[in-house]
Design a protein around this ligand. Structure first.
Ligand SMILES: [Zn+2]
Length: 475
């Protein structure tokens, strides 16, 4: 999806009117004078968030997403908008959404006339929409937000400087011993007392999180496929996808969609092997990888080369209060399955504030021309930022975004929920750290967003008139 470049809306100084309150007449000849009064309040977080999403043409795009229901009574756009705000406001289930749909505030949020104690539509309708919602369109919107953020220079002044690293990792939102759908992966789990083996059903995604700017954005999600799905795709397979197979497919798609917007992948200890390293470098990317097994190449050879040698670099990190001693070797070519050269950085870290704490060691494998020429401190810092995918994304998704809960269990719904929630997550990241300029540190980012969600929920409850979405979807 294309669209005009949009500019970041700068934070309004306290007391001044936000810029969109004086938007010129729209193509329909309507003016923002038709917007409710609260729209012009400079510190109304809900109004600010909706205005901000509007600069990404988010609501225009969401209103065009289709589903496969025949003769639908409820417009898909209303349900999709309801789902987007279910994610933003962190409602824990479709039943909770149904509860909100009986309230005046949420009905007005969706632009609907108020019918007190009568739900605007049911959880069953939402479930049916999720079962056939167009995943390609949702994915395109997710990509479009990233492209627009890039045009807004969201990734040019981030903490990683010139590098645009993407952490890739597998994530399983939920597992069940009872409920399953035809696209569930399966594994046997052993229990004791009594001794038994039970089948667990689950879904897993490989998630790429762009770590380049203050806002950390999800670029896509790649589900692991069952053996059936793999055969439908023409593969000869009797097992489901491994995480690495899905990750390689994802690297291909990232390259096709984002090209040089990304420089590097940041990978955990599952990935430093020939096939993955070959795929990443063939697609023009570098990689910064966790190396754990001292008996495996390339770490085995690197440790031999480092043995008995003085360190190559020693530095203190004043912010983390750490003393770091590092060894750095390059041009390792001992892997039979990878034709390129590997650099290995080994860093021993001791705490300056707690000298009794044991020393920790980080071993980093580095491939790709650009990455192999980075300063050791940058390599080490980029490697440690891998944890952001655990902290910023996965932990928050489980603890605060309720993604460990099954909103709707069907093959299409599981992916649709992931894509919609990632879209809400990205908009919240951009809104919090770009629009409102909240610092990521030292304040806990979770608390910042949690506070904003509370303010937005209060604003929804206080809405006095239906949101004029016909006007707001028009950019
Ligand atoms: Zn399933």
């Amino acid at each position: 999806m294309g669209g005009p470049d949009v500019q970041e809306v700068p934070s309004s100084p306290a007391g001044s009117a936000p810029s969109l309150a004086v938007t010129p007449p729209t193509s329909q000849g309507q003016t923002t004078s038709q917007l409710p009064k609260w729209w012009a309040r400079p510190k109304d977080r809900l109004a600010q968030f909706i205005k901000y999403c509007r600069t990404y043409d988010l609501f225009g795009q969401l209103s065009k997403v289709e589903d496969g229901r025949e003769r639908p009574q409820i417009p898909t756009a209303d349900v999709v908008l309801g789902l987007f705000f279910t994610a933003v406001l962190r409602l824990p289930s479709l039943n909770a959404l149904e509860g909100e749909l009986k309230k005046a505030g949420f009905q007005r949020l969706l632009g609907l006339p108020v019918q007190l104690n009568e739900k605007a539509f049911s959880a069953d309708t939402v479930a049916r929409v999720l079962d056939s919602l167009n995943l390609d369109q949702l994915r395109e919107i997710l990509h479009d937000v990233v492209h627009r953020a890039e045009r807004n220079k969201a990734f040019r002044d981030g903490p990683t400087g010139a590098q645009r690293p993407v952490a890739l990792d597998g994530w399983q939102p939920f597992g069940s011993y009872h409920r399953h759908c035809k696209d569930c992966l399966q594994r046997k789990v052993k229990f004791k007392n009594p001794d038994r083996e039970v089948i667990q059903y689950y879904h897993t995604f490989v998630v790429p999180l762009l770590l380049a700017g203050d806002a950390e954005l999800v670029l896509d999600v790649e589900p692991l496929r069952t053996a059936d799905l793999r055969r439908q795709d023409g593969e000869t397979a009797d097992t489901h996808d491994g995480e690495q197979t899905a990750a390689m497919r994802l690297v291909d798609r990232l390259q096709a969609e984002f090209g040089s917007l990304i420089d590097l992948t940041v990978l955990d200890a599952l990935y430093p092997n020939g096939p993955m390293m070959t795929r990443v470098t063939e697609r023009g990317y570098g990689a910064i990888m966790t190396l754990k097994k001292e008996t495996d190449e390339p770490l085995k050879d690197a440790l031999l080369l480092m043995a008995g040698r003085p360190p190559d670099l020693v530095w203190d990190d004043a912010i983390k209060k750490e003393h770091i001693v590092a060894w750095d070797v390059d041009d390792i070519e001992t892997l039979d399955t990878f034709q390129g050269k590997v650099r290995v950085l080994r860093a021993e870290i001791s705490s300056l504030s707690k000298p009794m704490q044991p020393t920790r060691t980080w071993c980093t494998g580095v491939i790709g021309e650009l990455a192999r020429h980075l300063h050791p401190r940058i390599v080490h810092d980029l490697h440690r930022r891998r944890w952001h995918i655990e902290n910023t994304a996965f932990n928050q998704w489980t603890q605060h975004w309720h993604l460990g809960h099954v909103y709707r269990h069907s093959p299409n719904a599981v992916i649709a929920v992931m894509l919609l929630w990632c879209l809400a997550f990205n908009m919240m990241q951009l809104f919090t750290y770009r629009r409102l300029r909240r610092p990521r540190v030292p304040k806990d980012p979770c608390d910042t967003i949690k506070d904003l969600v509370t303010l937005m929920k209060d604003a929804v409850a206080a809405l006095k008139a239906p949101m004029p979405w016909r006007l707001l979807r028009d950019t």
